[in-house]
Unconditional design. Structure first.
Length: 566
């Protein structure tokens, strides 16, 4: 491709200014002033390059706002709290809001996004921004070429350093003010929405800062990379990177992943079965799902499980394939879509809002174990305002917007919300549950409940865990009616037991910082290796690396074959 046209310095400088406005308008205007003072570009050409660059970038931002009405990923990344703040300002008076937003740090981008999102007339927006941009570019360029020229002529090259320092200071100032505005907006929203996490039987949860923690925004591979490095170092130290497969001797691979949930529930002795949600399991064995469906109905009758009930994979992860089944037709469809030769669990539905993860640890050889973590899980939901549709409420809320694709059914492993529900307008104060599962994967919220751990609760779970074949490291997922009864070690139902691969999920509490999270993760992983090393010393064998890799690939393939969760 021929780039000889760039040898024309006027064209090159003009393009620098034009595209520079897309990145940072203040710096572009100051650069334009520098070109004028150095006689590298005529005033009118510098102004035109800056002016048209500003207009085009403004219209582009407006276009992103228009896209946010229909394109899910734009809603996720663009409709933040500052856009909500700008929306309120625009609704009061569009002309001053759009015209003056360049003078208010941090408001230009969210204001123009909000204009497109709200459906402000393109003609009206264009006229306002064309006039405002003309005034802004004229005034700022005039100041740079007069005041700046004086500074440069007085102190020479150092003058450019001063101008550059001023421009950087302006940019930093605007960034700080924008961050502060976002923080204040979050706090305002948090104070309004804190009651939305007051669910029956659960401790209320008031937001302190952002509704989406930094740890949730980091891609999983990047987030767990430091943990993987520590795993490798611990493996080298203990002479086996698969040593943790010996952590729980009576669970395949120690329960790192791929363990049978029904086997683990059955390991709890009959003496404590009153604390386990009633369940049964069936295996898909017939190409014609009718036979398996009939087997399921017979099992439900045998175990006195009625609709609604919970259907889920026997080998599960993060809520994949978990559904609430309301009737026989839904059960028939679920079984028909379930992979052949695999087992599924049918479990009594526990209707309590209270849900928690109880992490249990016992060092081999020690008499008693302990609860190291108690985490409350709140299902994803929005709160009605009597005006907005469910779809609009999802887009307004930072946390639900972060997982928008799941609620719209755009993820092939989650069913999403029906179009009828998305279009409905909930009454003021009504809580609309957006997913049956409370997994972090679909926007569930976790709260560190360690302060609610009591001796009675610890004693109860120690007895349950010790009624199993040696169980040293893992998590019990439970449902409960009230926090008071739970603290007494009563009125809860275990819906799942997870082995060594489970997390102490209090790390996902929104208020925990990254250093704090990694400190917890590193501590738990070191303890896992310690327990496994003791078991190895006591004659427990761990899985070889080749078998472990084959096992892991098989498990990963299985998880992706389940029906959609909901």
């Amino acid at each position: 491709m021929d780039f000889s046209f760039l040898h024309n310095s006027l064209l090159t400088h003009s393009l620098i200014l034009f595209f520079g406005t897309f990145l940072q308008e203040d710096l572009a205007v100051i650069t334009g002033g520098m070109f004028i003072i150095n006689k590298q570009l005529p005033y009118f050409l510098a102004f035109a390059s800056l002016y048209f660059g500003i207009i085009i970038s403004d219209l582009g931002i407006y276009g992103l706002g228009v896209a946010a009405r229909t394109v899910p990923w734009t809603q996720k990344y663009l409709l933040n709290n500052r856009v909500q703040y700008a929306k309120k300002k625009i609704e009061k008076n569009i002309i001053p809001s759009v015209a003056l937003c360049r003078l208010i740090p941090g408001l230009l981008f969210p204001t123009f996004i909000a204009c497109g999102w709200l459906g402000i007339s393109f003609f009206q927006f264009s006229i306002i921004t064309i006039i405002a941009a003309a005034i802004y570019a004229t005034v700022l360029l005039f100041l740079v070429t007069t005041v700046g020229a004086t500074i440069v002529h007085q102190i020479g090259i150092a003058g450019w350093i001063v101008l550059f320092g001023i421009s950087i200071s302006v940019i930093i100032y605007k960034s700080i003010k924008a961050s502060k505005m976002s923080f204040e907006s979050d706090n305002n929203n948090n104070s309004q929405s804190s009651e939305s996490l007051s669910l029956k039987g659960m401790p209320s949860y008031a937001w302190k800062e952002s509704k989406v923690a930094l740890s949730e925004k980091i891609p999983p591979l990047l987030f767990y990379f430091p943990v993987g490095i520590q795993w490798l170092l611990l493996g080298i130290y203990h002479r086996s990177i698969t040593l943790p497969t010996a952590s729980n001797p009576h669970i395949i691979a120690g329960g790192l992943w791929g363990e049978s949930k029904s086997d683990l529930l059955n390991q709890i002795s009959k003496e404590h079965h009153n604390y386990v949600a009633t369940f049964t399991s069936i295996k898909r064995i017939s190409a014609d799902s009718t036979a398996d469906f009939k087997t399921a109905l017979d099992k439900l009758q045998e175990f006195e499980i009625t609709f609604p009930l919970v259907a889920k994979p026997d080998i599960g992860w993060q809520g994949y394939g978990v559904r609430l089944i309301d009737n026989e037709d839904e059960l028939r469809d679920y079984i028909a879509s379930y992979p052949m030769s695999q087992s599924l669990i049918l479990q009594k539905y526990i209707p309590h809002s209270g849900e928690a993860g109880v992490f249990y640890i016992r060092i081999p050889g020690e008499k008693n174990g302990y609860i190291s973590s108690l985490t409350f899980r709140y299902f994803p939901h929005v709160v009605g305002d009597g005006v907005s549709t469910v779809e609009e409420l999802i887009a307004k809320d930072e946390r639900t917007r972060h997982k928008l694709k799941f609620f719209h059914g755009d993820d092939n492993r989650h069913a999403g919300i029906t179009p009828e529900t998305l279009r409905s307008v909930p009454k003021t104060g009504d809580k609309i549950r957006l997913a049956f599962i409370g997994s972090l994967r679909v926007g569930g919220t976790y709260r560190d409940g360690s302060s609610f751990i009591t001796p009675a609760l610890t004693e109860r779970f120690d007895k349950i865990a010790q009624s199993m074949p040696p169980f040293y490291f893992g998590r019990f997922d439970i449902r409960f009616e009230s926090i008071d009864k739970l603290q007494q070690g009563e009125d809860f139902s275990i819906i799942e037991v997870n082995g060594a691969g489970s997390e102490a999920i209090h790390i996902w509490d929104i208020d925990k910082s990254l250093p704090e999270i990694y400190k917890i993760l590193f501590g738990y992983q070191s303890l896992l290796f310690k327990i496994s090393a003791i078991n190895r010393k006591n004659g427990i064998k761990h899985m070889g690396i080749i078998n472990f890799l084959k096992y892991s690939m098989s498990y990963n393939k299985l998880v992706h074959s389940y029906p959609r969760s909901e």
